[in-house]
Design a binder for this molecule. Structure first.
Ligand SMILES: Nc1ncnc2c1ncn2[C@@H]1O[C@H](COP(=O)(O)OP(=O)(O)O)[C@@H](O)[C@H]1O
Ligand SMILES: [Mg+2]
Length: 307
């Protein structure tokens, strides 16, 4: 009998998304074990190359990357795995690094013809004293994953300082607020899976206009016209291929339904989208008859090392 493939699941990490990564990682490990793989779970709780090397010695056949956010989703871990020569799931160094930078991603997506919300990067201190653009607009981190939040500045409100949103360079991304619906599309290899509308229980911004990624209802498939479904699925696939993403990715859109197909705006692409069995991409895959275990197995089979 041949030995089962040894898969190391990297999870946890040191970003603000540590907790959700632990949930994703545990679910993947369980599914891979059930699928007959030999699985080791590795909690990367700090940026420590020596600890990573020790945990991956002897080298597994494949690393399943279940990390989210800084360190795990931005090309850093991907670079370390390239140097070690271990095949890993999801996107490589370049796609991961670009996708983590929202302003850069928007520039790339506009260059291939997508509509993105008007916006600019400004010092957080400046956004605190005067409106960088006409309200309503949103203020968000230029270079972080989710959970830090997005701040909405409504018409008639004062400019707001949101220092916790500023990146290391003290800057924030300011974007025109796009009303309407929230649509998200998972991509698996060369296939856009489906379109989910995400509806937030309390409106998606709470009383003090701070976005909370809390309770959301998923409407799958989204109840929007066929031309809108087609547009976001085309653009999600285009985002994936333009950045050279690998495995799965998920692109987020806003659709201003007053403007028909011209109301579709690309927001961002996630190269390590949420991956618990009830997360958006696994849910879209299940909708097409691809179970969670099958999705995990496919990611392992697609794992690569580019150098
Ligand atoms: N320009 C915008 N107009 C309207 N809503 C926005 C805008 N930018 C972000 N949002 C809201 O904030 C959420 C998070 O923003 P996003 O750009 O996807 O970053 P992340 O998911 O990394 O926090 C979006 O899903 C959307 O609900
Ligand atoms: Mg998002």
């Amino acid at each position: 009998m041949v030995d089962p493939l040894h898969v190391a699941v990297l999870m946890g990490g040191w970003s603000s998304e540590r907790r959700v990564s632990l949930v994703s990682g545990a679910a993947c490990a369980q599914a891979l074990r059930a699928g007959g793989f030999r699985v080791t779970e590795i909690d990367m709780d700090r940026p420590d190359l020596a600890a990573l090397l020790a945990a991956l010695t002897p080298a597994p056949d494949v690393v399943f990357n279940a990390l989210h956010g800084r360190g795990g989703e931005d090309g850093v871990i991907q670079g370390a795995l390239e140097l070690m020569g271990v095949p890993y799931t999801h996107s490589g160094v370049v796609a991961s690094a670009i996708a983590m930078d929202k302003p850069l991603t928007k520039a790339v997506m506009s260059s291939v013809g997508m509509r993105v919300p008007d916006g600019k990067v400004v010092p957080a201190a400046e956004a605190a004293v005067r409106h960088p653009m006409e309200p309503p607009y949103v203020v968000k981190p230029a270079d972080e994953g989710s959970s830090v939040g997005v701040h909405l500045v409504l018409e008639g409100s004062n400019a707001v300082g949101v220092p916790e949103l500023a990146g290391k360079d003290g800057r924030v991304l300011v974007e025109r607020y796009i009303p309407g619906k929230e649509l998200t599309v998972g991509v698996m290899g060369d296939r856009a899976l489906a379109v989910t509308e995400v509806r937030y229980d309390h409106g998606f911004f709470d009383y003090d206009a701070k976005y909370v990624a809390g309770h959301a209802t998923h409407v799958l498939p989204a109840d929007v016209p066929a031309e809108i479904l087609e547009r976001v699925m085309d653009w999600a696939l285009l985002a994936h291929t333009t950045l050279g993403c690998a495995g799965i990715s998920r692109s987020d859109f806003r659709w201003d339904d007053r403007d028909g197909v011209d109301g579709v705006h690309f927001l961002e692409v996630n190269t390590q989208p949420g991956f618990t069995p009830i997360s958006l991409v696994p849910e879209q895959a299940a909708h097409l008859g691809i179970g969670f275990g099958e999705l995990c197995r496919w990611l392992v089979e697609e794992a690569q090392c580019r150098h």
